[in-house]
Design a protein around this ligand. Sequence first.
Ligand code: FE2
Ligand code: FE2
Length: 292
Amino acid sequence: MDIDTLLSTNAASGRVYLAANVALDHSAPGAECPLYFEALRRALEDEPPPFDTVQYADIYRNASDSWQWMAVSLITNAEREGDGAKRLWSLSACCDEPGTKKLLKHHAVDESQHALLYLALLDLTFPDTVDPTFRTELNQLSPHYALHQELFAVEGSPYAKNPTIDDFLQMNIAEIRTAIHHIMQRPAIAKHCSPDKRNRIELIQNSLLRDELKHVSYTALLIERIAAGISMDRLSQLFRRRFRDFNQITLDELGQGVFDCSVECCTKHSSCRPKIEPGRPVDVVNIVPLVN
Ligand SMILES: [Fe+2]
Ligand SMILES: [Fe+2]
């Protein structure tokens, strides 16, 4: 299955399993992950994600009619990508296994770049909307990581540790959810952008989706490798528990019209809280009024 299958599906549910399949086919053709897919199937059966429903897609579509909501959503995406990059940088710095360490570093660099790409989408879709000084400040949402840079663990970060299968399961779910949000975001942005910007926007969107599917794929492969050493019941139980956490976060966010985990979200959920770096101010809410 290719990316077009995922983009062209009319079904607003069943996309989690489809996204995982497309991710593997696209980023690791020929690779098989029977343990991962069986555990995913069981988890989805017991904990069906609200972000994989028609209702969720409808709420997103209605919210995205507002250009202000859309603009803030792009900024929130940039903020989330930048935070994800920092967490991955710490995880990579403390990873014992050289191959996995390299993959995590690549992932951190990707997410760091994604923060800037979401800001580029903001510029293209809503030109001259954001105050120039504030727009310059927004560039700081990206940590600007590059592969040649030396890894370091952020002091006090809960992610300054050797990663476990539990980390890869959480990353895998988060990446699938990001891919599904990305698919909903495409037509939403198209409602607001001028026709002359569409090609450039589509190039950025293609690059973002390819990367997110790559992240789904490599975490699935890591899960598969580690899963060979544990029972299917244990793997399914872990996957189920993490879906339950993500589902609860998603439902809580829905009430606020938010569609992705942010620093603000992490302050409110015990399952999410480890993502907050100790002492870090919660600043995402300050972004909202500045683009009005
Ligand atoms: Fe990303
Ligand atoms: Fe990602």
